[in-house]
Design a binder for this molecule. Structure first.
Ligand SMILES: [Zn+2]
Length: 156
């Protein structure tokens, strides 16, 4: 007869590791986005005039009406904080020495928002709707990755 488990963490476990690797490509529009981020330090989106919606990062097609889009709508560097959370634990549940703030920021000119770290938070508490700006690494340190963005910082 099977035992009925009341709590999921009481399940009998067999510890092990599964070696899995993968390669995830950014796609055509994603490549344009990362190239612009690396070479010019800007955020590129895609505008769908039919839907009156600007995506960021750039998209090859509109997810609402399937129209073909161009990766040519520069958005930001300013924006507004849509949501945020502060994490006191790491990915493996370990306590962090310093809490990490993660924000959802809608760059100016975009309807979509980007999730990234919030940096340079200072002493003031974060507030939904407050002004933010993207912080990109110096020119010589950018490689065309999402890590070319250090994060978003509060402004004013
Ligand atoms: Zn559309």
């Amino acid at each position: 007869m099977l035992e009925k488990l009341e709590r999921p963490d009481e399940v009998r476990r067999w510890k092990g590791r599964i070696p899995v690797s993968h390669r995830y490509t950014p796609g055509v529009a994603g490549d344009v986005f990362f190239t612009a981020l690396r070479d010019r330090g800007v955020l590129l989106g895609s505008r769908c005039d039919s839907c009156d919606y600007t995506y960021v990062p750039a998209r090859l097609f509109c997810e609402r009406c399937f129209a073909e889009l161009s990766a040519d709508a520069e958005v930001g560097p300013g924006g507004r904080l849509v949501s945020f959370t502060i994490s006191y634990t790491g990915l493996e549940g370990e306590p962090l020495e310093q809490p990490v703030a993660i924000g959802l920021v809608r760059p100016d000119g975009a309807d979509a928002a980007i999730v990234h770290r919030i940096v340079e938070t200072g002493d003031e508490p974060l507030e939904i709707g407050q002004r933010m700006e993207v912080v990109v690494k110096p020119d010589e340190e950018r490689t065309g990755s999402i890590h070319d963005i250090d994060g978003f910082r509060p402004t004013g």
